[in-house]
Design a binder for this molecule. Structure first.
Ligand SMILES: [Zn+2]
Length: 147
């Protein structure tokens, strides 16, 4: 069992992502509290991870758009192996965004206890600021009212 984890307490540090024109909105949108996901302007499918071409219709007309940040937990695991020195046990989950079936972010679950985690539970995005860079890691906690 993992005790309640708060935003900023999951890992002692995270790898800094390399920003490019495709993923910049995803990694910096948390500054305004908004999760951005790439969307094809031709077939309207959401695409994650962001890419310069739509994986469904091969259109090059893709761009980041805001999503609600609401998701359901598709699956999860509790990591107790201290792969990173100083890291406490933490929860890795697949957050399936409500905008599209199969639109999944692999993320950390926070603001809950591992004993309270259930597949299918409703989640809401929260952001963890990188301590140095203007990068905001999207994590997921329980949606208000679902705890
Ligand atoms: Zn498309």
């Amino acid at each position: 069992m993992v005790g309640r984890t708060e935003v900023g307490s999951v890992l002692p540090h995270r790898a800094t992502p390399y920003l490019n024109d495709d993923n910049r909105a995803f990694w910096t949108g948390g500054r305004e509290g908004t999760l951005f996901i790439h969307r094809c302007q031709t077939c309207a499918k959401w695409i994650h991870p962001a890419a310069p071409v739509c994986r469904y219709c091969h259109s090059l007309d893709v761009a980041p758009q805001p999503v609600s940040g609401s998701a359901r937990l598709a699956t999860f695991t509790v990591n107790t192996q201290p792969w990173i020195p100083g890291a406490a046990p933490y929860i890795v989950g697949w957050a399936e965004l409500v905008e599209q079936p199969g639109l999944i972010l692999t993320t950390n679950l926070v603001e809950l206890d591992s004993a309270d985690v259930e597949i299918g539970m409703r989640l809401q995005v929260v952001f963890e600021k990188d301590p140095v860079h203007d990068i905001w890691f999207p994590l997921f906690g329980p949606e208000e009212g679902d705890q």
